[in-house]
Ligand binder design. Structure first.
Ligand SMILES: [Zn+2]
Length: 232
């Protein structure tokens, strides 16, 4: 899917919006904060301020520094300079981001939340890309998998009934999608959501192999009402 290139050189927003942004920028607010105030997206604010020739690096909040310590603008603690990661796009420049790494991690976790749907969306997006590359059939939607996980599976792993680990990263108990009959791919009626560990146990076993080697898993597949491709 290709996006249409946006026309360059033009910036959305009236003179009034530009003036507002200019004033707020001089106050030292971040793009995000300005965007909230003037009702524009962060990226739009960034584009407008670039067109106004205002230095974005200067406008970012800057940490106070004393000796080799800096003050976090979120928790207010003084921490060694290397605790400041320097922002997502400006690694190695400690003065460009005002959060310490602890606050940053906390923020990342908060943003992702213990929010199942956010996890599902991330996982689904990655899966879709992999399927397109490897030409594996795929027709899952966010609505379908959300309904599957929250309503049908009650938010738990299909094979083990365990709760998912919603911390960041490729954890043993993170959310994965399992194609029950591997050859059919990730299509509706052929998938369940399970932990990574359960998924790697099951791997690409055929139904015959599962019935012989993993009777517990087999029973669940056999009794599952939404796996429409499983004919036993
Ligand atoms: Zn902090």
């Amino acid at each position: 899917m290709k996006r249409k290139p946006k026309p360059r050189g033009k910036t959305p927003g009236s003179q009034e919006v530009k003036d507002n942004i200019k004033a707020l920028r001089l106050d030292g607010l971040t793009n995000k904060e300005i965007g909230r105030i003037v009702g524009r997206a962060t990226a739009t604010v960034s584009r407008i301020s670039k067109s106004l020739g205002m230095d974005i690096k200067r406008a970012r909040r800057v940490i106070e520094i004393k000796g080799n310590k800096g003050k976090c603008s979120k928790c207010g603690k003084w921490r060694p300079i290397d605790s400041f990661r320097g922002g997502r796009y400006r690694l190695g420049k400690p003065t460009s981001l005002s959060y310490c790494k602890y606050c940053l991690n906390l923020q990342v976790r908060l943003n992702l939340g213990n929010n199942l749907q956010a996890h599902l969306r991330r996982n689904l997006w990655g899966l879709k890309n992999r399927c397109v590359k490897k030409e594996i059939p795929f027709n899952l939607t966010l609505e379908y998998v959300t309904d599957l996980l929250l309503l049908k599976q009650k938010g738990k792993c299909f094979y083990t009934d365990l709760n998912f680990d919603l911390s960041r990263g490729w954890k043993p108990y993170c959310i994965t999608f399992d194609k029950v009959i591997p050859s059919l791919g990730y299509i509706q009626g052929n998938i369940v959501i399970c932990t990574r560990k359960a998924n790697s146990c099951k791997n690409d076993l055929t139904l015959g192999e599962i019935s012989a080697w993993m009777p517990g898993f087999y029973k669940r597949i056999k009794e599952c009402p939404w796996l429409t491709f499983v004919k036993i």
